[in-house]
Each structure stands twice: as C-alpha cells, then as structure tokens.
Design a binder for this molecule. Sequence first.
Ligand code: NDP
Ligand code: ZN
Length: 352
Amino acid sequence: MKGFAMLGIGKTGWIEKDKPVCGPLDALVKPIAVSPCTSDIHTVWEGALGERHDMILGHESVGEVAEVGSLVKDFKPGDRVVVTAITPDWGSLEAQGGYAMHSGGMLSGWKFSNFKDGVFGEYYHVNEADANMALLPSNLAPETAVMLCDMMPTGLHGAELAEIKFGDTVCVIGIGPVGLMSVAGAVLRGASSVYAVGSRPVCAKVAKEYGATDIINYKEGDIVEQIFEKTDGKGVDRVIIAGGGVETVEQAVRMLKPGGRIGNVNYFGEGGAISVSLAPWGNGMAHKLIAGGLMPGGRLRAEKLASLITNGRIDPSKLVTHVFHGFDKIPEALELMHNKPSDLIKPVVLMD
Ligand code: NDP
Ligand code: ZN
C-alpha cells in the first residue's frame, strides 16, 4: 500500500509498504478524512521524537473499517469510525492507574506516527479496536468528526487540567485549533471571562465566536501586563497553555491569582527547561499549581465528545478552514500546516 511518510528528519515523501497485519483485538481501517497536526510538524521538522525512517505520518483520522480481528465484538467491516490519536493499551498498569495515555511508558499511548505507521496510508492499524474507535454518528460530517481525534480532546483536556469552575476568569495562551477548543471548553465549564492570547485575526474571530471575552495580542506587549490591565491588577483564576514557548509557563504563574491552576497541553520542544521566578510563585507557597498532560484517548471519551457536537454544545467545524479532496493532497495539507498561512486554522483531506 501507499503512504505519505517521514523519510528522516526534515524529509517527507510517498513510500510503498505492506498492508498492516490485523491481530485478534485489532482493526484495519481505510481513511475517509485525515488532518495533519502541529505535532506532525514537530515530528518531521523539529525531530521531536528523534530519528524516524520511512514512518507513515498522521494520527487524526475518521475511516471505514476494512477488517476486524476475531475477538473484536462491536465493529465490523464497513462501519464508519472515529479513531482517537492516542490509542492506549487498556489492560496496562498505567491505564489501571487512571493514566491510559501513558500505557507502556510515559507518553506511549501515542502510537500512530510514533511507534508505528500513522493514518496517512491506504490502510492503518488500530490496536484494541473495541476500546480505541467510536462509531461515527450518522449526522456528523467526517471533516468535522476528524476534530474529535485530537483537537477537541486536547483542547478540552486543557480546561480539565486547569480545573475551571463556575465564574472563573481564564486566560488561554495560544489560540490555534487546540487553544480554540480550550476556549470553548473553558466557556462550557462556566468561565466568566476568557482572555484569549494569539495574533492571527482568523483565530481571534473564532475565539470570540467560542465565547472569548477579550483578545490579547502577544506581539503587542507583555501578556501579563495586558492581563493585569484588563483585570484591575487582580490576574486570573486559571490559565490554559496551548501555544508559545517555555516562557509561557513563567507568564502563566505571574498572571495567576494565589490558589490558581495552570493546565498545559502545549508541546515544549526548545528551551531545555522551564523556569519559574520565586516571587510570583509565592516563594513556593502560593498554591499555584502547574499541571500538564497528553490528551486522553479511547472510545468512551470520543463518544462523549461526539455527543457534545451532535447536541450543539461545541461546533468544531469552525476550526476547519481548508478542505482538500483526494489522498494525493496530503502533502499539500501538511505543507500548509508547516507554513501556517494567516488564513489557516486547520486543514482536512477527504479521500473522495
Ligand atoms: P498552532 O501553532 O496552530 O497555535 C499556536 C498558538 O500559539 C497560536 O495562536 C499562536 O499565535 C500562539 N503563540 C505563538 N507564540 C506565542 C507566544 N510567544 N505567546 C503566546 N501565544 C503564542 O498550534 P496547535 O493549536 O495546532 O497546537 C498547540 C500545541 O498543542 C502544539 O504545541 C501541539 O504540538 C500541542 N499538542 C498537544 C497535544 C497533547 O495531547 N497535549 C495534542 C495535540 C497537539 P498566532 O499564530 O496567532 O500568532
Ligand atoms: Zn494531532
């Protein structure tokens, strides 16, 4: 079969590979819609996972089941499914401990385009199919549903990690597709004010539509000062980090009220370490918590998040600014994600 792959750090191209083998608990799926992710960019051009050769890219896909293993109970060939970016081993000790995304080791629930070929192939392999796929609701368009694989679960996880409560004031640092879902999640969890940090007007517009009360442009001055100006010097109850570099953690600590909480879902690739100045952290005694995590995967969560869309609570279709048609358009869509033109939030490739 054909797949679009990372050939080495900084290099991509089409390759031929054998069709994956379907184990008894697994499924083989043919993509219907895929979306390239900022994480694919970190993987290829920043070598975030280290060297990888001839590894098919992609981890966000809605597809049609082509084959299921003998022990798969709930799916059959022809079913249309959402496959989560993180596909844990649900029997692992980490999963039993409540952190399935770290099954098999830290971050190891992330298998696609990491430990095995990803979803930019004619077929892809899904481990533990009953636990890692959800039926695509019949009234949900594949180009919208593909936001259930990673953007929605990650953005909403930022709001979960920050433990947003009714009436909280929240700053969301970074409003790409992930941060935009954090804005929507913060509003859904009852935030009173949401300060959304970004610079591109296309993202600012959608942030407002999702309920951001203010937009803060990080290119127009220190975001901490801008937050203090807008909050009469009080700062915010919660911060979600979904963009920027390591300096955002220090900024988040500075803008946070005592007792506040930071939910980080951003990937930090550069900078070596996170530093937090002592005074804004109450010299260690401010009850300012920093939490960070990989998105939770799996069927139950995908079904629950899908019901948020089908019941009209969140509309992730606003994230999809570019739709391509045809398998051969994957490189173009990935390149768009690499260059991030000013009108882009998220591209989707439909295989029709
Ligand atoms: P984008 O690159 O699309 O968005 C990044 C956002 O951060 C943009 O709004 C950008 O502003 C803003 N930004 C850039 N620099 C700064 C800065 N110095 N200060 C404040 N804001 C800044 O990324 P995505 O939304 O696609 O992904 C966000 C992160 O989430 C990535 O690091 C990705 O790897 C990670 N991720 C994590 C996952 C997890 O499981 N935890 C899963 C998926 C992704 P603008 O462009 O408007 O200038
Ligand atoms: Zn992704």
